[in-house]
Write a new protein. Sequence first.
Length: 418
Amino acid sequence: MSGEEAAAAVPQPPEEENKEEEVQQETEALEKPPEPTYKCLVLAAHGGYDKVKLQVRKGSPTPASGQLLVRVRACGLNFADLLGRQGLYDRLPPLPTTLGMECSGVVEAVGEGVTDRKVGDKVMVMNRAGLWQELVVVPANHSFVMPEGMSFEEGAAFLVNYITAYMILFDFGNLRPSQSILIHMAAGGVGTAAVQLCKTVDNVTIFGTASGSKHETLKENGVAHPIDYRTSDYVEEVLKTAPKGVDIVLDPLGGSDTLKAFNLLKPMGKVILYVWSVCNMPLATLVQDLTGVKTHSCLITSLAVGSANLLTGQKKNLIALAKTWWNQFSISALQLIHANKAVCGYHLGHLDGEWELIAGVVASLINLYKQGKIKPKIDSVWPFEQVGDAMRQMQDKKNIGKVILVPETPKQENKEEN
Ligand SMILES: NC(=O)c1ccc[n+]([C@@H]2O[C@H](COP(=O)([O-])OP(=O)(O)OC[C@H]3O[C@@H](n4cnc5c(N)ncnc54)[C@H](OP(=O)(O)O)[C@@H]3O)[C@@H](O)[C@H]2O)c1
């Protein structure tokens, strides 16, 4: 036996054996690909901007039958997300929950039975919630293939705003050539989409409200009469130019503004109320929250109130809630008949069983996009890490067009461009 062989045959002390095991484990760990992770933005509790937390989850979800796995490249921020954060959006699942009603990305896997989508397709997706996530699993019919040339940011800005604007203008509003319309929040996501869609009809006169700093953009977009609702009375301003009123008012405000909208209509005019509603909050709960006094369940009336007027700060404002509810518009069938006017209500979140209807609208919108008649206007792009700043941008009324969130930090040149 050589000297070396003799040394190998000698039993090793236990520490040496452990060391060898450790080295082997480390080598194996290095050889194994790391477990995949994905980021998501979770609403942990209702309240201010800090309630939306960035989480990193392990693994990769698998699509079941009829579903898709999508790697998300951009997400849309909607007014409903601001309301949801404050506990004022009725379609949000119980907390904690991942926020996000729309996104765009690339199909990474398809579940059994999915024949009209394939791995690699670029898609836009809409869902009740849960899309502010790097990887999402969604029913295939909640996705729409993006047209050629559309960017992921545009894809994330398309569905909620344009479907809403299209359905309220054309399905309910029946907008026709030479009519006139008042569009509130005309520089925001839905507002910009509505203005572009109005321009697809000949000779429509558009009145649009927005903060004064946005009026140049409104004019460029085709709003003939921009109105700064913060410094002037928008009803007076409309009547100065159109003494008989307008044919259509798009009303995302609710409260006392709906009565103003109704009174601004010409005979045969329509007001389309499209607030994201807050419903089933028992009045007894509101009274208790406001006064601290516990009332009995005789106050069972529920609140169903409008949205934009409710958002007055970072947290839920119960006074604004009560005021909006108190001023809520109400009309009888007889009054409607005498006035020769129509009042319509629209809530995309409550159309979530109507995917065929929605697919028809999206097909029309994609055609308009391909013809260059509509194009989402992107206000700004924010990484997931800055979701609070993105929300602040919208809530501080700074945005012109759509606010976008992305899982990856945007490249400097894109940021500067935006
Ligand atoms: N029912 C539905 O299905 C449906 C679907 C989509 C959207 N909506 C509603 O449509 C409206 C527009 O939604 P969006 O997502 O496109 O948002 P957005 O218009 O981009 O919202 C932000 C803009 O709204 C204006 N604004 C008016 N009152 C505000 C307030 N109290 N707090 C903050 N901003 C206020 C601000 O601009 P200016 O002050 O300069 O005008 C702000 O820049 C919202 O009321 C939303 O709830 C409803």
